[in-house]
Design a protein around this ligand. Structure first.
Ligand code: ATP
Ligand code: MG
Length: 431
């Protein structure tokens, strides 16, 4: 084979297949998942936006943050004359760009937006971690109402409920407001500095640049240290705390389960107040199904003069598939043709080609074999296609102006005038 998919990417084929140790579902399973997601979005009155997969480097660098793994090591960049672009590693910054660029605030009220599509990160590929992967997510832009936070979380919960994915844990925390952050950062530095010898090089560096990110560590020794570290909610001001309490009360009222995790952070300055993450037992070390929070500072980080209070989440579709596989989710059967046309001889092939068009114009899905195959081979293909009916056209039938219609489930057969095929098959497939 001359060419193969790039490491960490995969094809979606008609049938499920295995790629780099991961099971890649067939295309109809993808469409089903996307359809269920869209259905939930519509129930919450979220409207879709589609942004380019390629964006200015600056947008991503500012919008995702210079101290993140994404910007430091995971970006796919594209050089083009004097410009550098980046394949989007996430969609929140692009959606905010679109909101600002097109003045979507002028549509009135808070904008309930959602997206679904591919993202790109140069990570080490493994199960549930790809270089091209797919996210869906919501962005509720233009409201600081705590109901917006609860609404986004309720929407996220509703998506997983729609798939019956309940073996999950929603972790919740508040980061407070930007003004609360310096005191907390100082407290973290003070706490970690005497333990600097235990810290990894990366964490020692983060002590300088962004100590909140040390809370994200997976290192067991560092995690042990975290037990006694100062906790964010103790540094949060009254307003942000009241906001948090309201969000929790709203979630309690909806019966959305959560656990508070005072160590949950998003290591970026523009994140404010609510943060959350949905974990699944099915994922193990593969991380979270989805993560989100309020990011009242993002708009200004990407150049807006005015703040745009906003909250949203991003969810990985490949990880949702792992959770679905884990629970033995029953995907609907892929669509099958209504009719498989079997034509014997040149004249029948020519007539059959026209009959296929007539039946399709009547709304039926029609398949047939190419290449003048034998009756046996065509009947085999008809079976394999799992069509509801085969329509058999030989020289004799053609001479009489009929075709044999066979119900492939029952293998009974009868002659139907060619001119009545569409009407009868439409009636029978509808029954
Ligand atoms: P992780 O800790 O697993 O690297 P992250 O914090 O980088 O996740 P986010 O940036 O919050 O992830 O992205 C939101 C969601 O997108 C994740 O919860 C996950 O479901 C999915 N996701 C992120 N990176 C990948 C990837 N490389 N492959 C597949 N899914 C991913
Ligand atoms: Mg990551």
């Amino acid at each position: 084979m001359a060419y193969q998919t790039i490491r960490g990417t995969f094809d979606v084929l008609p049938d499920a297949h295995s790629s780099g140790g991961s099971e890649i579902p067939g295309s109809s399973a993808w469409r089903h998942v996307e359809g269920v997601v869209r259905g939930v979005m519509e129930r919450f009155a979220f409207e879709e936006v589609r942004t380019p997969v390629i964006e200015p480097l600056e947008l991503v660098a500012r919008g995702v943050g210079g101290t993140t793994d994404i910007v430091q090591k995971e970006m796919f960049t594209v050089e083009r004359t004097k410009e550098t672009y980046v394949l989007r590693p996430e969609v929140t910054a692009p959606v905010m760009r679109a909101y600002l660029q097109h003045h979507l605030d002028q549509r009135g009220g808070a904008q309930r937006l959602y997206y679904l599509g591919p993202c790109f990160r140069a990570e080490r590929p493994q199960k549930g971690r790809f270089r091209q992967f797919h996210q869906f997510g919501t962005e509720l832009l233009g409201s600081d109402d705590p109901r917006a936070d609860a609404e986004v979380i309720a929407n996220m919960r509703a998506v997983y409920d729609a798939f019956g994915v309940t073996n999950t844990r929603l972790r919740l925390n508040t980061l407070g407001d930007a003004a609360d952050r310096p005191a907390y950062r100082d407290a973290l530095r003070q706490y970690f500095e005497p333990h600097a010898d235990v810290l990894s090089d990366t964490s020692r560096q983060r002590l300088e640049t962004n100590p909140l990110r040390i809370l994200d560590t997976k290192d067991p020794d560092e995690r042990a240290l975290l037990a006694d570290a100062p906790k964010l909610p103790d540094f949060v001001g009254d307003e942000a705390l009241a906001h948090y309490e309201t969000v929790k009360t709203l979630l309690d009222g909806l019966g959305v389960p959560y656990v508070e995790d005072p160590l949950l952070v998003r290591g970026l300055d523009y994140y404010t107040r609510t943060v959350f993450e949905l974990e699944s037992d099915a994922l193990g070390a593969q991380g979270a199904l989805c993560a989100g929070g309020r990011y009242d500072g993002l708009a200004q980080a990407v150049g807006s003069k005015r703040p745009v209070p906003a909250v949203g989440y991003a969810a990985g579709i490949e990880r949702l598939f792992i959770a679905l596989e884990d629970e033995g989710y029953a995907f609907p059967a892929p669509p099958r043709p209504d009719v498989f046309l079997v034509c014997l001889g040149d004249a029948a092939e020519a007539a059959g080609f026209g009959i296929a068009q007539t039946l399709r114009q009547a709304g039926l899905a029609v398949d047939f074999a190419l290449g003048g195959r034998s009756m046996k081979a065509q009947m085999k293909a008809a079976d394999r296609s799992q069509a509801g009916y085969s329509v058999i056209l030989g020289e004799d039938e053609l001479a009489q102006g009929v075709a044999q219609v066979r119900d492939l489930g029952e293998s009974e057969q009868r002659a139907v005038p060619i001119g009545r095929l569409a009407v009868e098959l439409v009636r029978e497939t509808a029954a």
